[in-house]
Design a protein around this ligand. Structure first.
Ligand SMILES: CC(C)(COP(=O)(O)OP(=O)(O)OC[C@H]1O[C@@H](n2cnc3c(N)ncnc32)[C@H](O)[C@@H]1OP(=O)(O)O)[C@@H](O)C(=O)NCCC(=O)NCCS
Length: 178
């Protein structure tokens, strides 16, 4: 499916999701990616505003990706959530989330944002499953995903090295109706 002309947005009780735009590439957003506490378990450890602009443009060109900003109702940008790849032939999608504004951690915003996209995948796209990958040591993320009903499906040992630390990778899935 071609999403390139779509103007998707989703409204939850506390957050709004809309497709990321060039103007969302700000110093504040770059600061999240460059913050060791935020990027501890992320693949990207450094970026610039231009790097973010390029990334947003690339995602908006991809036919198998939808990249959303997570905004509070007052318009404050607090993070991102992405579906990629969206696999119609397999009836599934992979989701990834980042709450970059650390004052917003521990408030269930990641789950609220993810649930909006998961409901869309199950109800509108008629997908059977949404899956994700997470570093095994990312206890907060795993806790958030388990609360939503995600279950571990596979563990890849010594998957990636960040600095001196070698990390295992956990694949998790949420099946429709589970
Ligand atoms: C991980 C992340 C997505 C969680 O989002 P969130 O909206 O803060 O999630 P929640 O509010 O549901 O809180 C996470 C849960 O983990 C718990 N938690 C926090 N730190 C924890 C830790 N070190 N160990 C175990 N549990 C922890 C919280 O108490 C909460 O559980 P509770 O509701 O039962 O109290 C968010 O912190 C984030 O984006 N971090 C940076 C980027 C990142 O790691 N993204 C995920 C990549 S897979």
């Amino acid at each position: 499916m071609d999403y390139s002309d779509a103007k998707f947005s989703f409204e939850g009780p506390r957050v709004t999701l809309r497709i990321m735009e060039d103007g969302d590439a700000t110093e504040r957003y770059a600061g999240w990616i460059n913050d060791p506490e935020v990027n501890r378990f992320l693949g990207t450890k450094h970026t610039t505003v231009q790097g973010l602009r390029d990334y947003i443009a690339q995602k908006n060109l991809q036919k198998d990706a939808l990249f959303f900003g997570i905004f509070l109702k007052d318009g404050t940008h607090i993070g991102t959530v992405k579906l990629e790849p969206i696999e119609h032939e397999k009836n599934c999608a992979t989701i990834a989330v980042m709450i970059g504004d650390k004052t917003c951690w521990g408030k269930g915003y990641a789950a609220e944002a993810m649930q909006l996209l998961i409901d869309w995948c199950f109800q509108e796209l008629k997908f059977d499953e949404v899956n994700l990958g997470v570093i095994a040591k990312n206890a907060a993320a795993i806790r958030a995903y388990e609360k939503m009903g995600f279950v571990e499906t596979k563990r890849e040992m010594a998957y990636v090295q960040y600095g001196d630390e070698v990390h295992d990778h956990v694949l998790m899935a949420l099946k429709k109706g589970s």
